[in-house]
Structure formats: structure tokens, C-alpha cells
Design a protein around this ligand. Structure first.
Ligand code: NAP
Length: 282
């Protein structure tokens, strides 16, 4: 049976470390502020925003909440972002995605000052990652690196296969694994012989967006399997892109859903917020 990689425990560990750092900053007279913008009231987005605010409260980060109407225009949203960019008391800006149809997500992401881009989605942040410079890293892949490191799973020299090439998960994930000296293969919907490609992996990262797609036929014995997917199954219970019951019989280590990658995303957002204080000072 595979070892369980406990994202809940590791994310708590990171949040506690951040809490200490933030308390020290407070003693020095500095409060870190995160502006959280939600447009409309999509229920899933409201849950995510609520969780982010709770994490801020736990760590001691001040969260400034901007709840805009569903019919907010792109111009109104861009104006608010411009104001927050100028506001020296705001360290980080987060716009909850997806946005309503009338708003172009790319324009919004590009409008955020790269120094306040705590989601790590701005082209400058992505570019810094590509050329190996310091910058904000997309939270989910950054969290996966922490899961591996804090579970003593080394990446250097390992065969790493990432399934999925989205801008927020698959692509930055591959770059981070490369930065850690993994030998990285990126797989996607046009990849031929996916099973054979996946079976090469010592570390298999699954971000396909298809419930329980990856079964034990795709996994090498003893491999580490990281499941990024989040879905509701027929019984309305959360499940991932990996068939956990099947794969955990042959994997060496595996993340559960829930309690694996999910909690790490918020922990790394908080980490980026804390870093934003130092980045804004420069
Ligand atoms: P996405 O944008 O839908 O991308 C899915 C990727 O999977 C695409 O690159 C696609 O390839 C590839 N793919 C689809 N079907 C495939 C197949 N049959 N074989 C091989 N590759 C296939 O998804 P995402 O935003 O990266 O998210 C992936 C999953 O992670 C979703 O379930 C999402 O809800 C979850 N997620 C979780 C967190 C978290 O915090 N835990 C954060 C973000 C996302 P093409 O490019 O060729 O189409």
C-alpha cells in the first residue's frame, strides 16, 4: 500500500511558519495586506474566496475584500486594479477566476502590477520562471514541489511525467520540476501511448481534469503519484483525476483527494503574500 502524502498536515506546517514570520513583521510595525476581488457570486468562487480569507486571518494577513456585481464592466474592474496597483498599503492583488463573460481574463491578469501578482499568472512572473529568475510562482505547482520536498521525495535525476499543459498547473509544474533537476516529460491530449509514457515516471503529476482517469495500468510500481484533479463523483463526494483505490495498491506514495494538493494551493498563496511584502520593498 502506498504512503499517503498528507497535504493537510504539510499545509498547516507552512501556514504556521508563515504565521510566525508575519508576527515578526507586525512587531516591526508592518502589516501585510492582500486585496481579494470577486466579480459575481459563483458559489464555487465564493467558497475559494472564503477559504483564502480564512487563511489570511489565521496567518495575520489583512484581507481587503472587493465584491463586485456580476454585470461589472471590464473598465470598472481595470480601474479598481489600477487603484490597488498604486496603493502602497496593498502588497498583493488577487482576482478570483473565472470572470463573467464581458471581462477578458487575459487583460485583467496583465493589468496587475507584477510586483503584486501573488497568483503568479502575469506574463512577467511566468517569464521569470522560464528563465530561472526569482518571481511569483503559480500556487498549485509551487505547493506540489513543497509536498515532494517535505515528504523527502527527491526530484533530482528522476523521470517526471506531467499530464496536462494548462498555464496554471501543467506548464509551470514542468518548469519547476526542471528547475529541481528532474527529467521532465509533458503529456497532453495528443500524446501517443500515454500509458507507456506514464509508466516511465518515478514522479507522475496528474492534472487532466477527468475524474479517476489514471488507473494502475498507467503507473510504475513504487512511483510517486500526485493528483491535482478535483471533481464530485456520483455520490457527490470529492475525487481526483486518479483512481485512488486502484493506484494506491502499486504506487510508492500518493496524494489523496481531498487533503492532498488542494490545501497546498492556499498555503502557497499565503507564502506569495508574505513574499510580496519583501518584493514590494525592493
Ligand atoms: P485544463 O486547463 O482543463 O487542462 C487539462 C489538461 O489535460 C490539458 O492540457 C489537456 O490537454 C490534458 N488532457 C485532457 N484530456 C487528456 C487525455 N485524455 N490525455 C492526456 N491529457 C489530457 O485543467 P487544469 O486547469 O490544469 O486543471 C486540471 C485539474 O486540476 C482539474 O480537475 C482542476 O479542477 C484541478 N485543479 C486543482 C487545483 C487545486 O488546487 N487542487 C488547482 C487547479 C486545478 P490539451 O492541452 O491537449 O487539451
Amino acid at each position: 500500500m502506498a504512503n499517503l502524502i498528507d497535504g493537510k498536515r504539510i499545509s498547516k506546517e507552512i501556514k504556521d511558519e508563515l504565521k510566525e514570520k508575519v508576527a515578526k513583521y507586525k512587531e516591526e510595525g508592518t502589516t501585510i495586506s492582500l486585496a481579494v476581488i470577486q466579480v459575481g457570486n459563483d458559489p464555487a468562487s465564493s467558497v475559494y474566496v472564503g477559504n483564502k480569507k480564512k487563511a489570511c486571518e489565521y496567518i495575520g494577513i489583512r484581507s481587503l475584500s472587493y465584491e463586485l456585481e456580476e454585470n461589472t464592466s471590464q473598465e470598472e474592474l481595470l480601474k479598481l486594479i489600477a487603484q490597488l496597483n498604486e496603493d502602497a498599503s496593498v502588497n498583493g492583488i488577487l482576482v478570483q477566476l473565472p470572470l463573467p463573460r464581458q471581462i477578458d481574463e487575459k487583460k485583467v491578469i496583465n493589468a496587475i502590477d507584477p510586483k503584486k501578482d501573488v497568483d503568479g499568472f502575469h506574463p512577467s512572473s511566468v517569464g521569470a520562471l522560464v528563465i530561472g529568475e526569482k518571481g511569483y510562482v503559480s500556487c498549485t505547482p509551487a505547493g506540489i514541489i513543497q509536498l515532494l520536498k517535505r515528504s523527502n521525495i527527491s526530484i533530482e535525476g528522476k523521470e517526471c511525467v506531467v499530464i496536462g499543459r494548462s498555464n496554471i498547473v501543467g506548464k509551470p509544474m514542468s518548469l519547476l520540476l526542471l528547475r529541481e533537476n528532474g527529467t521532465v516529460t509533458m503529456a497532453h491530449s495528443k500524446t501517443k501511448n500515454l500509458k507507456e509514457v506514464c509508466k516511465r515516471a518515478d514522479i507522475l503529476i496528474v492534472a487532466i481534469g477527468k475524474p479517476r482517469f489514471i488507473t494502475s495500468d498507467y503507473v510504475k510500481e513504487g512511483a510517486t503519484v500526485i493528483d491535482v484533479g478535483i471533481h464530485r463523483n456520483e455520490e457527490n463526494k470529492l475525487c481526483g483525476d486518479v483512481d485512488f483505490d486502484d493506484v494506491s495498491k502499486i504506487a510508492g506514495a500518493i496524494t489523496p483527494v481531498p487533503g492532498g494538493v488542494g490545501p497546498m494551493t492556499i498555503a502557497m498563496l499565503m507564502n506569495n503574500c508574505v513574499e510580496s511584502y519583501l518584493i514590494n520593498q525592493k
